[in-house]
Design a protein around this ligand. Structure first.
Ligand code: NAP
Ligand code: ZN
Length: 351
């Protein structure tokens, strides 16, 4: 299928129109027209090749909401016209212990990512959601619950599931004390979801400028991470801290905030961190962990949870041709709190 979108052509050129082929439908494939796509910081990292595994041209985008336009002969769960969603994965081996448990993000052979991946059959590079159409295996398609706002739901597919999964893994519920480092796309979802699960939530930010927002999102306070006195007062006060910072940084200021057996889970930085003192780890039996996105079953659970609880990301809608400006603003942490591209703007943007 011939389609079009916006791609990065090199580490330092702006995203620009790109015409390319999607694979012909396999029996277990679903084809969709993309209606909305969220803008994740991972899209920016990938366009810039920050992680070293990008190829060019590359079409970013993995917070995808669309409408089914065609289904393969063996597809049973979706029909033309259904509203569906696709996140960071489009395939996995479907056979290992992790896939069988519904933890495809931990597939022993690695999942196939929506972009910066390789098709498991043809070996072709995968291309993401800043595009008109997508072809995806049925098993990686999510159902949009009735009543969930299609445009605003898009960021749930990455920012949502990446923060929901650790909240569920570490059994966050009523009375849990949760800290969230970095109030951006992932961070603001972590706050909303932890509050939705009944937790007491604090935001840890670099300045006081997002305090009113943090409180409006449901947090009970904002701690400025450079305020040594406030940080000392908060010692031993958290069961779980979710760290969404997208760059190399210090963990030492945060570890003493954990209570005994508490966990700081890294979901932001992919790569090296500053040197860490083990003293707070040993003395408090504290842990540092990591967590990648979440499985398909858990993502569907998240969509249903958000529909039931009316939890939606705070979105700023943009046109496709505003993506380069959006990336620049994201680099300055000037996003409140997720850009979503209205893909109806794509045709005009490539004309
Ligand atoms: P984002 O919207 O840009 O938000 C990041 C927030 O972190 C900013 O709003 C800012 O909050 C803080 N921050 C930014 N630069 C910082 C720096 N140099 N030092 C300290 N704090 C900084 O990004 P996002 O979309 O939430 O993504 C965050 C990270 O998660 C990215 O690296 C992305 O690649 C990664 N990610 C991982 C997964 C996964 O599977 N684990 C999935 C999706 C994304 P304050 O202004 O409050 O300080
Ligand atoms: Zn993402």
């Amino acid at each position: 299928m011939n389609t079009f979108g916006y791609a990065a052509y090199s580490t330092d050129s702006p995203l620009a129109p790109y015409t390319f082929e999607r694979r012909e439908l396999r029996p277990d494939d679903v084809a969709l027209e993309i209606l909305y796509c969220g803008v994740c910081h991972s899209d920016l990292h990938t366009a810039r090749n920050d992680w070293g595994w990008s190829y060019y041209p590359i079409v970013p985008g993995h917070e995808i909401v669309g409408r089914v336009i065609e289904v393969g002969s063996q597809v049973t769960r979706y029909k033309v016209g259904d509203h569906v969603a696709v996140g960071c994965m489009v395939d996995s081996c479907q056979d290992c212990d992790q896939c069988r448990k519904g933890e495809e993000q931990l597939c022993r052979q690695a999942p196939t990512y929506t972009y910066s991946g390789m098709d498991r059959i043809t070996g072709e590079p995968t291309q993401g959601g800043y595009s008109k159409h997508l072809v995806v295996r049925e098993a990686f398609c999510l159902r949009m619950p009735e009543g969930l706002n299609l445009a605003k739901a898009a960021p749930l597919l990455c920012a949502g599931i990446t923060t929901y999964s650790p909240l569920r893994t570490w059994n966050v519920g009523p009375g849990s004390r949760v800290g969230v480092i970095g109030l951006g796309g992932l961070g603001h979802m972590a706050v909303k979801l932890a509050v939705g699960l009944g937790a007491d939530v604090a935001v840890l930010s670099r300045s006081n400028s997002k305090k009113a927002d943090a409180l409006a999102l449901g947090a009970n306070r904002l701690l400025v991470s450079s305020d040594a006195e406030a940080m000392a007062k908060a010692a031993n006060g958290f069961d779980l801290i979710i760290d969404t910072v997208p760059a190399k940084h210090e963990l030492d200021p945060y570890l003493p905030l954990l209570d005994v057996d508490g966990t700081l889970v890294i979901v932001g930085q992919v790569g090296p961190m500053n040197e860490v003192s083990t003293v707070p780890l040993l003395l408090g039996r504290r842990r540092i962990a990591g967590s990648p996105i979440g499985g398909i079953r858990e993502t569907q659970e998240l969509l249903d949870f958000c529909a039931k609880k009316n939890i939606l990301p705070d979105c700023e809608m943009i046109r496709m041709d505003q993506i380069n400006e959006a990336f620049e603003r994201m680099e300055k942490a000037d996003v409140r709190y997720r850009f979503v591209i209205d893909m109806a703007s794509l045709s005009a943007a490539v004309a």
